[in-house]
Design a protein around this ligand. Structure first.
Ligand code: ARG
Length: 461
């Protein structure tokens, strides 16, 4: 018997059942459906629709359904259409006719919205915890290599020397914003649609504050129609996941470049790399490449989620059943990607001799110009002088650091004394907060460490 069998006279075509069934996607929502149903039973008793004793019987039976779901004992049947009818049908087996009273004042529309919000809230918590783990791995790596040098790039051309910690801490910062985005998304997901019925609200005095707090929601959604049709929380989750995947993809790209034969800046751990079936010398950065690839699919999830809601008329529409595909896919891609990077990064080794040797003498050109500025030359003029020296060196196949004091003074009398022309000296000369100077790196490490620690504590409490 279908929940709507009164109105539809003939039995459903099997093809219709299969086409419209959402059981495959709904399974994951089952534990949440039980939570929301228990809240509803309590609210029905509070509103005097059922007796307290009946509410208690329903609650006990729902708890049992919850146990059966958790242990994998609930039998899933296609013809039961969705998770809500599954829970209710099992409830009927357990409590008989009493189960039929549970649906007063509610609809699958507010149910599915509640289930999805509870599910999203849990996945957000997982994503946030995984972000913190990855940040810890990056911070450990940054601490380990904070006194080592590598070239920094703009336009993928050598620009200025950096502490190896600087790009690693840049990735920590990006992930910090992801964490904040998920936290904000969580606030908006954590509102209760319960008590909204199909669209217009319920004709019983259901206590919506109680319905909300029973599920751990921060409060009820103001408008019943918005409550059943809103999927912003889902779109926001998918977007936050896509941006975070984009960040992971950039980190992956750095690892791929750094581990290339030509650069050879990092050695990826053997346990996280594969070889080639044909070329015996190969070691491939598979994890990083897959993350770069998977990020593309999560970007697609954002498009799917937005396109799904952009044209639906106000109210619940069956299109929304498709919303689980991008939601699950985004979560199932992001969380394992964060986890595997957190596991792999501590095993990575930088070849610090090679990274330091890779810094070209020309990466110190700005240092020469800055030196002239300190001796009173306007920066544009200093830039022109050093630019001339660079062209000269390039024409003669010489290093910028190979110029003699006389050659420098011939270019500008302001080279009275010569600055120390090493990558380390360049890094030490940086004076701003957030820079790659040793003091700034220590400061960044300290601040980012305590931020991660605080956020860890916050999520535990
Ligand atoms: N399976 C549906 C979904 O996922 C549940 C809500 C169905 N509501 C309805 N009136 N058919 O969106």
């Amino acid at each position: 018997m279908k929940t709507w069998q009164g109105r539809i006279e003939t039995a459903a075509d099997r093809r219709f059942e299969r086409f419209t069934s959402s059981i495959e996607q709904d399974r994951r929502l089952a534990p949440y459906d039980v939570i929301a149903s228990r809240a509803h039973a309590k609210a029905l008793a509070g509103a005097g629709v059922i007796s307290t004793a009946d509410a208690e019987r329903l609650d006990l039976a729902l708890q049992q359904v919850g146990v059966e779901i958790a242990s994998g004992h609930l039998v899933w049947r296609d013809e039961l259409e969705d998770v809500h009818t599954h829970v209710e049908s099992r409830l009927r087996e357990l409590t008989g006719e009493l189960a039929d009273s549970l649906h007063a004042g509610r609809s699958r529309n507010d149910q599915v919205a509640a289930d999805l919000r509870l599910y999203t809230r849990d996945r957000i918590d997982e994503a946030m915890a995984s972000i913190l783990s990855l940040q810890s791995s990056l911070l450990d790596l940054a601490r380990r290599y904070r006194n080592d040098i590598m070239p920094g790039y703009t336009h993928l051309q050598q620009a200025q020397p950096l502490s190896i910690a600087q790009p690693l801490l840049a990735h920590v910062s990006m992930l910090g914003r992801d964490w904040e985005r998920f936290e904000e998304a969580r606030t908006r997901a954590n509102r209760s649609p319960l008590g909204s019925g199909a669209l217009a609200g319920a004709a019983f005095p259901l206590n919506r504050d109680l319905l909300a707090s029973s599920c751990g929601f921060s409060g009820p959604i103001a408008n019943s129609l918005d409550a059943v049709s809103d999927r912003d929380f889902l779109v926001e989750f998918v977007f936050a996941a896509a941006l975070c995947m984009t960040h992971l993809s950039r980190l992956a790209e750095d690892l791929i470049l750094w581990s290339s034969t030509e650069l050879g800046f990092v050695r990826l751990p053997d346990a996280f790399a594969s070889g080639s079936s044909m070329m015996p010398q190969k070691k491939n950065p598979d994890v990083a490449e897959l993350i770069r690839g998977k990020a593309a699919l999560v970007l697609g999830d954002v498009t799917a989620a937005l396109a799904l809601v952009k044209g639906i008329p106000m109210g619940y529409n069956r299109d929304l059943q498709e919303d689980k595909t991008p939601l699950y896919h985004a979560a199932d891609t992001l969380i394992p990607s964060l986890e595997i990077l957190a596991a792999m990064l501590p095993e990575i080794e930088f070849d610090t001799e090679r990274t330091e040797r890779a810094v070209s003498s020309f990466a110190l050109a700005t240092d020469l110009a800055d030196h002239l500025v300190r001796n009173g030359v306007p920066f544009r003029d200093a830039h022109a002088v050093v630019g001339g020296l660079v062209s000269d060196c390039l024409a003669r196949g010489k290093d910028l650091t190979g110029l003699t004091p006389e050659e420098l003074r011939a270019a500008s009398r302001h080279f009275a004394e010569i600055p120390e022309m090493t990558p380390r000296a360049s890094i030490r000369r940086k004076q701003t907060s957030g820079s790659t100077s040793p003091e700034s790196i220590e400061q960044q490490l300290k601040e980012m460490d305590s931020m991660v620690e605080e956020r860890r504590k916050e999520s535990r409490s």
